[in-house]
Write a protein that binds this ligand. Sequence first.
Ligand code: 5AD
Ligand code: SF4
Length: 470
Amino acid sequence: MRTYGCQMNVYDSARMADVLGPLGYAAVDTPEAADMVLINTCHIREHASAKTFSELGRLKQIKQQKDGDYIIAVAGCVAQAEGEEILARAPYVDIVLGPQTYHRLPEMVARAERGAAQKKLRADIGLNKPAARIAGMGILDTDFPVEAKFDFLPAPTDAQGVTAFLSIQEGCDKFCTFCVVPYTRGAEYSRPVQQIVTEAEQLVALGVRELTLLGQNVNAYHGDGPDGDAWTLAQLAYRLAAIPGLERLRYTTSHPRDMDDALIAAHGDLPQLMPFLHLPVQSGSDTILAAMNRQHSADHYRRIIDKLRAARPDLCLSTDLIVGFPGESDADFAATMQLVRDVTFPAAFSFKYSGRPGTPAATMAGQVPEDVKDARLAELNALLLEQLTAFNRSLVGQTVPVLFEKAGRHAGQMVGRSPYLQPVHVLGEADLIGRVRLVDIEQDHSFSLSGRLVAEPVPDLSSPAMRMTA
Ligand code: 5AD
Ligand code: SF4
C-alpha cells in the first residue's frame, strides 16, 4: 500500500488495511514482494496527481514480470476524479475506487482475484495471447453511495503507536475556487458522535494517547449527538476529553469561517486540546481572498487569532498559503507576507497555485507566470524558515510536556513530541513510551529539539489521596 497526500489518506489507507486483513492480505515492504498493490492517490495539485501515472508505469512492469498475476488497485482522489481515464490509459489496472467506497474493497478484490484466476487458466490452456494477460478487469467504483462507509468498517484492531488519526468529517461545501476537494470528496458529511467516541475508546484501549481528529473541513463538524441534536466540534471535543487515558487531542483541517466562540473557549478549558492549531488562510489580500471565495477577510482572520490567543496564550498557529493565485499582484503578495509576519506562524505549508481542471480559478484571467510564482514562493519560504528557526530557538530554556512515542536512533535515546509537534530527544528508558513527561529543552537542531527529563515529583504519601490508593 502506497499513500500520497493528506492525513485523511493516511487514515483511509489504515482502514483499507483493516478491511483487507480478514481476506489474508498483510503489508509488505516493496511492490515486488506483493500480490496486490494499492495506491492511495492525491489530486490536490497537478504535481501530486501526476505521481499516480508515473507510479502506475512502474507497477505495469512488475505486473508484466509476474506474468499478469498481480492486482493493481488505485484508490483516493485521483481515482475519484479520473477513474475512467485511469482505466483507459492504464488498462492493466484492476480496481479503481473512490474515497467513499473503500468498505466495498473486499468485494472488488474478490472479483479481481476471480478475474485474474480465470485469465491465468485461459492462458495456461493457451486461449490468450500473452499481451492480453496484463489487461485487467477494470472494476470502477467511484460512487458516492447512500450508505456511509463508516457504518461498514471493522473496529481498529492494531493501532500502530501512541498517536492516531480519527476521521470525523469528510467532504466540503465551501467551494474555494482553486480546490478540487468538493468534487473528489463530495458534500460535507459528519460521523455520529457515538461512533466516534467508540472508535476513540477502542484506540485508547490499544495504547493510543493522542488523537488527531480529521476532516477536510473539520470544524464544520455537525454529527448526530446521543441527545438527538447535531453536535458541534466543541461539544465533541469536551466529550472526547473525558475519555480516561486520552492525553492529547488535535484536529485538522479547519476553516476560519467555522472557528466559533465555543470552539475557541474549548481551547481555554481543555488541557487535552493541544495549543497548536492548523488554520489555513491561503492569502493575506482581501482581493485574492474574495476571488478564492474564502468568505472572510484578512482582518477577520486576525481577529480569530486574537480571540484564540486570549483563550490560550501559548497557542501557536500553522497555516496553508498559496502564492500566484490568478490576479495576484505584487501588492497582494506583500499583504500575504505582512499577515505571515503579523501572526508569526512558526510553521506553514506554502504552495504555488496549480490550476486544477474543472475548478473556477483554472480559467480565470490573470494567470501568474511560473517565474513570478517561483520568486514569490522563495521569498515566502525564506520568511517562514526565519520564523520557524526563531520559534524553535525560543523553546530552548523552556520546560515543555512531551508525549513519548518511540526509541531514538542512538542508544538510550527516546523520542516524543512537544505540543507543537516538534520531535524532542532525551536520554531515557523505554517505559517512557505512551507517557507525557516534562522536559527541559537544552538544544535546538533546526527540525527537532533535545533536552533532559524533569525529575518526577516524589509522591507525598501523607496526602489523603495517596493513602487511599497506597
Ligand atoms: N493550487 C495550489 N495549492 C492548492 N491547495 C489546494 N488546492 C490548490 C491548488 N489548486 C492547497 C491549499 C490547501 C492545501 C491542502 O492545498 O493551501 O489548504
Ligand atoms: Fe478546499 Fe478547504 Fe476550500 Fe473546502 S475549505 S474547498 S477543502 S480549500
